[in-house]
Design a protein around this ligand. Structure first.
Ligand code: DO4
Ligand code: MG
Length: 292
């Protein structure tokens, strides 16, 4: 069961998409309201959602034709880093021009008890499906980072899963790790969507496939796939570090790190289109534009 939001006559509506791709309009106006109403009624969120499955609420047969918007206005988006071996290798490459001869901070954080967690975005800064991610004007090495996102309640529980893109400038981060905020945060550098999979319907979040395709001039120029089974951390462990001595707001999203890095000679260009698909969650599509 997935939750989407769509725009109809200037108003945003929540809808549920069943496993057989039927979409029903929901009476609740936002994702966290669904979660809390179900908790108050002592029922599962699926049960609450299914109570709206009436002919009158049925939407078009092809829900992908709806004007889909971001499924949640996440007050904050945080991101974990170097949680996969693939990311560790890529960070080492960009930090050393490929001439690695010593243990790096990235090696240390991969094995350390404390994970790398950084602030990525706010509600006003986060874009949704089909909106354009923009390129930084002072970077020549930019990539998408396709990541599984956790949708969190204020108590730290994982209530949903979402696809996310932690856009990154490899040259800026490689020059100096202290530049991380600039390598990670700029206008339209964080995208999430298009759907939230209810956590209670995901049997094993460590068995999700992630595929990233990048299109240029109508052709796929990068296609990579990976699995969350290679995650070097437990999801609860990442959440517990994020919540440590920290306030979590309802609907906070925690991106869990990338296991896909395009080839080292690749950089995004204006006009590209990024498609990030996570099995049973959805495909996040964003065009790429320049930042001028
Ligand atoms: O260490 C920098 C960030 C790494 C990251 O964003 C990732 O591994 O996904
Ligand atoms: Mg990342």
């Amino acid at each position: 069961m997935r939750i989407i939001r769509f725009l109809d006559r200037e108003q945003k509506w929540l809808a549920a998409v069943t496993d057989d791709e039927q979409a029903y309009r929901l009476p609740q106006t936002d994702f966290m309201t669904l979660i809390y109403q179900a908790r108050e009624q002592g029922i599962s969120t699926v049960q609450l959602v299914e109570s709206a499955f009436k002919p009158v609420n049925k939407l078009t047969d092809d829900w992908t034709t709806l004007h889909i918007v971001n499924p949640i206005e996440a007050p904050e988006v945080w991101a974990a880093g170097v949680t996969y071996q693939r990311s560790r290798e890529a960070r080492n490459y960009e930090a050393t021009d490929g001439k690695l001869d010593a243990t790096t901070f990235y090696d240390k954080v991969y094995d350390a008890e404390r994970p790398e967690i950084f602030f990525k975005s706010t509600a006003a800064r986060t874009i949704g499906p089909n909106e354009a991610v923009t390129l930084r004007s002072d970077s020549t090495w930019q990539i998408p980072e396709p990541e599984l996102g956790l949708v969190l309640a204020a108590d730290g529980s994982i209530v949903g899963y979402i696809a996310g893109n932690d856009m990154s400038c490899r040259d800026i981060e490689g020059e100096n790790p202290l530049y991380l905020p600039q390598a990670k945060i700029w206008r339209n550098s964080c995208a999430i969507g298009p759907a939230i999979r209810l956590a209670e319907t995901v049997q094993n979040p460590y068995d999700l496939s992630i595929i990233c395709e990048i299109y240029r001039n109508g052709e796929v120029i990068v296609k990579s796939d990976a699995s969350t089974s290679e995650l070097n951390r437990k999801l609860d462990e990442l959440v517990s570090y994020l919540a440590r001595d920290n306030d979590l707001f309802d609907g906070t999203v925690l991106l869990t790190g990338t296991n896909i890095v395009p080839p080292n000679d690749f950089t995004l260009e204006p006009g590209d289109r990024i498609e990030i698909s996570i099995s049973s969650i959805g495909t996040l599509i964003n065009p790429v534009i320049s930042n001028s």
